[in-house]
Design a protein around this ligand. Structure first.
Ligand SMILES: *Cc1c(COP(=O)(O)O)cnc(C)c1O
Length: 380
């Protein structure tokens, strides 16, 4: 590895004077939550995304918790979710007192496999919690049909999927609740933050109260009640207006961020398709009924050994490529919950998948360095 070139990070947020100016404005106006920036960002997201209700939250993890609480899911209930996901998906279920049940994913979308979800259903199943991995929609039509048949809710973990579409509908508005992340590793970010999209007025009214420590303060701020008070059990999930100010600037940049990410993915595809074919490596499939948001670009190697050799070779070239994920059902915490049932696609994909660097500040030279290193990574 040359000592003069620096390593290419997997992801990097894009912040500049625009974010700084708006943060300064928030500091001079209001720093607590549900303020002018928060309201403005919620309105912009609702209009952009065609969502009825949008609540900014402290994280996607909290948006998931808040969704489950507002939908009344708790003790004795089961929620079917993938094992191939970040820990937050399952933690949110546990935090509201319910039990996560891990189902396998399908190889094409890396989303919940409807056939395996069927095997996980019990009379206690109250919700399905699909994850839109890499910003590619899970098979929502089949999953919604299952949920409809058994009377369960659908909560979308859309943490990675801001800007993605499924059959021309906005991902995150396909179920009862959609949960987004603005963590610094996501396409749009404010450091730590999230949003909850809800369709139902009653559920949204409950969520708004739970988010504000169980008080009707939000209705009070809108002038709908003349004093605010404790009306139900709640917690504190409101995003600070300082962070909402960053999001306001990020929303201005959203089209440019999307354009840059799409251009990088197009180059990865064109420069790696031949190499992938020769080496039995699969690139993410383009699916006619889905428009992704270019959140993650991954390579699926023929086996775990090849993936691990490639990851080490790339690292030695200063390219920070990483795996995703340790499947939750095989983690110390998840194995206890899950029992021994095999999830073959999850186990195989987790061993073989490698993510390439992808962010809005990746230069054309960097993309060239990544693709050069990838084309050499198995012959090293
Ligand atoms: C990033 C991520 C989360 C967690 O988001 P936070 O905003 O950090 O809480 C949850 N689920 C998935 C699939 C994620 O990628």
């Amino acid at each position: 590895m040359s000592t003069t070139v620096s390593a290419i990070p997997l992801s990097l947020p894009w912040y500049d004077e625009q974010e700084q100016q708006r943060v300064a404005q928030a500091l001079a106006t209001r720093t607590s939550g549900d303020g002018p920036f928060g309201r403005r960002v919620e309105k912009r997201l609702a209009e952009w995304w065609g969502a009825k209700h949008v609540l900014l939250t402290t994280s996607c993890t909290h948006a998931l918790e808040l969704a489950l609480l507002a939908l009344g899911i708790g003790h004795g209930d089961e929620v079917v979710c993938p094992s191939f996901t970040f820990v937050s998906t399952a933690n949110a279920v546990l935090r509201v007192g319910a039990r996560p049940v891990f189902a396998d994913i399908e190889e094409g979308t890396l989303g919940l496999d409807p056939a395996d979800v069927e095997r996980c259903l019990t009379p206690r199943t109250r919700a399905l919690l699909p994850v839109h991995y890499a910003g590619i929609a899970a098979p929502m039509e089949a999953l919604s049909a299952i949920a409809g048949r058994i009377g369960a809710h659908v909560v979308e973990d859309a943490a990675q999927a801001i800007g993605s579409r499924y059959r021309d509908r906005a991902v995150g508005t396909l179920g009862d609740a959609g949960c987004f992340s603005f963590h610094e590793t996501k396409n749009l970010s404010c450091g730590e933050g999230g949003a909850l999209f809800l369709a139902d007025d009653t559920v949204a009214a409950r969520a708004e109260i739970i988010r504000e420590k169980g008080t009707n303060r939000s209705a009070f701020l809108r002038g709908e009640v003349d004093k605010y008070t404790w009306v139900m059990e709640g917690s504190s999930y409101v995003l600070s207006d300082v962070l909402a100010a960053i999001l306001d600037a990020q929303l201005d940049k959203a089209p440019e961020i999307a354009r840059r990410r799409a251009a990088i993915v197009a180059r990865y595809r064109s420069e790696l398709t031949g190499w992938a074919g020769e080496n039995g490596v699969r690139l993410p499939q383009a699916l006619p009924d889905r428009t992704g948001n270019d959140h993650i670009f991954y390579l699926l190697f023929p086996d775990g050994g090849a993936r691990n050799r490639a990851m080490a070779a790339l690292k030695s070239q200063g390219v920070m490529a990483t795996f995703h994920y340790v499947p939750l059902h095989s983690s110390p915490m998840g194995a206890d919950l899950h029992g021994g049932r095999a999830l073959p696609v999850t186990e195989s994909v987790a061993e073989r998948l490698l993510r390439l660097p992808l962010h809005a500040q990746l230069s054309s030279d960097d993309v060239g360095r990544v693709t050069d290193a990838v084309r050499r990574c198995l012959s090293a």
